[in-house]
Design a protein around this ligand. Sequence first.
Ligand SMILES: C[S@@+](CC[C@H](N)C(=O)[O-])C[C@H]1O[C@@H](n2cnc3c(N)ncnc32)[C@H](O)[C@@H]1O
Length: 428
Amino acid sequence: MYPRICFHIITIFPEYFQSALNCGQLKKAIDKQLVQFVFINPRDFARDKHKTVDDRPYGGGAGMVMMLEPLDLALSCVPEQSRKILLSPRGRIFSQTLARDLAKETNLVLICGRYEGIDARVEQLHNLESISVGDYVLNGGECAALNVIEAVLRFIPGFMSKKDSFEQDSFSNGLLEHAHYTRPEVYKKYKIPEVLSSGNHAQIAKWRRTNALETTFKYRPELLLNTTLTEDDRSFLASLPQKHVGKNLYLALLHFPVLDKFKKISTTSLTNLDIHDISRVSTTYGLGGYFLVTPLKDQQNLAQRLLVHWTKGPSASLNPDRAKALRHTKVVSNLEEVEQSIEQKTGQKPVVVATSAKQGQVAPVKIRGLLERKPVLLVFGTGYGLAPEVLKKADLVLQPIGYCRKYNHLSVRSAVAIIIDRILSEFW
Ligand SMILES: C[S@@+](CC[C@H](N)C(=O)[O-])C[C@H]1O[C@@H](n2cnc3c(N)ncnc32)[C@H](O)[C@@H]1O
């Protein structure tokens, strides 16, 4: 019988793998000839009597680099059709999806780096694919290779006993797995969920699904963004208590002082779409409030009339959703008034975060962190953006959307929607 998959491991430490391959399911799989391991040591291809495989880096700096030739010669020993993987912190992050894909191969080559890594030309010479096991640095690729081996083998038919189907594993269906319990039914004061000993398979399946959804929501909510969910799943998730850090976030849309197209300080007029669309975004994400800031009395009156029309008049009963959104919107004369209003409501001065298409360094994730502890006021400009004095006075300036792109001229309402989602996402 031919092994279903063969791992060709290029390493200067083949002994690293010995205990892992000599116990449990891995040993059984080798004994059953389901899997084969071939070790190739670059030292065997070194030219000097010391078997040197590392050298100093060009350009100077600390550490050594794995030399090109011993790795090139080691790689010339593997079957031509193999998929060749370099374990590297700068690779694509390893995942259950990638493990499932690699399990389709017959020959997988795993190259384990050491020192500061390998001479970069090996990657070009052998068209290597890089995989990282996470955003941290290990001493060498061996430990990472073992991760890949175990995760891949779980997809090889015959590796797992029938009852341990990988289909129920965490990540296989885009969710973390449900909790498990075994005997005894009660330990100290802790009982197992009653349904699990009921013998009702439909109820057990339902419990497992909702438990998996709840666990994923609690620990890895971002996974839910890429998972296919049924209507029942979605209504269950909507019933869970939300963290609501969004209520600490406030928005101000400034109509003065802003720049005009000649870069002069000016005052802009209200835009109906900005009033409606930004109110709707604020309400969807559960923000603390949305302030329309204009010093012009007639513009303030106009905004008030509009808000009353939608929140109190016949339109409110005809379109209650819109009324709900616009009820969170307030009209004020200047930014100081906004800050005072937030301080009165929360008892804390808000951190003022200005926005710009051109400047700013603070990442949205930092704002997300601040919201756990204090109110944050995000300030957006109309016209050609906030006046320099507003940017200067702000505590922080947020990193622009599309700063890596040649064009990033968004309408303010689009920018608000994107920024709010980057800070709060669907599940935060
Ligand atoms: C000390 S590390 C080199 C780290 C490198 N100087 C850097 O900062 O990116 C030595 C080797 O360990 C392996 N390694 C370290 N961290 C890894 C990770 N997160 N995923 C996969 N391989 C890793 C790679 O093979 C790497 O060449």
